[in-house]
Design a protein around this ligand. Sequence first.
Ligand SMILES: [Fe+2]
Ligand SMILES: [Fe+2]
Length: 340
Amino acid sequence: MTRKPCYLKAMRIAHCSDLHLLSLQGARILDFANKRWIGRLNLLTNRGRHYHTSAFEAMVADFNASDVDHVICTGDVTNLALEQEFRFARTLFDQIELGPHRVTVIPGNHDAYIAKGNQYFTQYFADYFKADAEWERPADETSARSGHRAAPDDPTWPVVRIRGNVALIGLSTSMQTPWFTAYGRLGTAQLDRLRAVLADRRLASCLRLVAIHHPPVGKSAHNKIRGLRDFAAFARVIAESGAELVIHGHEHRDLRGELPGPNGDIVPVLGVQSGTYEANRPERTARYRIFEIAGSADEKRPGVVAHRLRRWNSVDGQFVDDLAEPSKVTPQARITAENC
Ligand SMILES: [Fe+2]
Ligand SMILES: [Fe+2]
């Protein structure tokens, strides 16, 4: 008798981003000196009213009530990179019952609003981006001395965490930039390390999920003021070494692009809305995305078989399926359903 193919149980990964959690508790006027005053004005006029901690609290409750296996946040957990914002954000992340081993957080540009932001991010979120022991990279002397470095020079990144049949590969584009700018950069050294990670034989049977704050494709990537400065070099690494999925934040929008991989492969690149926004633009209302990942014994790597958005309903304070955005199901998903 011919055996039907055996498909592995789907793994569910939630992707949220750009929470911009606000806490000014204990902030002093000195905290807003220099560059921060611009952010503060922006904060007072817009962000404080448009980004709602209650949305993230509802998202955490949604995670805790669901069967999500892992949560990834692609940065901008704070607004001004104030220490009290990081402390506050950490408190909220700690409410996710999966715990830091099954929740991954990478930094965004707002988390490096000032140079000390990277240090605070490490201080408060180290558990949430701790590489698996076999993927740890020794910090060089300068890092050890300063306690933090800007993304392009920080040997911590990429971080590799293997969960089930998924290799989570977290990048950092987080760096302090001049006033009125919000761009990011990976840097040659981080891109070289990424190339090596993607080609590593230890990941030969994993879905390689690359998480980055800045969008690496499309108009947003090209933007000189707020784009990814080395998007072309990133694209070359993906074209050469491949990946199965790239996710990002930063633009607070449901962006969908793709990058060419090796051998004619197409690598989907998906951005998501802010996880806390609610104002008068429904298409930007707080959302997060759930990816379903499954594989079969006959295929080398698992794949994304479906993804869907959950949208915040501020009236009842809960996340619900975004009915305007039906699940994208690939043929593999239908086969999975028929055979398992
Ligand atoms: Fe953001
Ligand atoms: Fe950002």
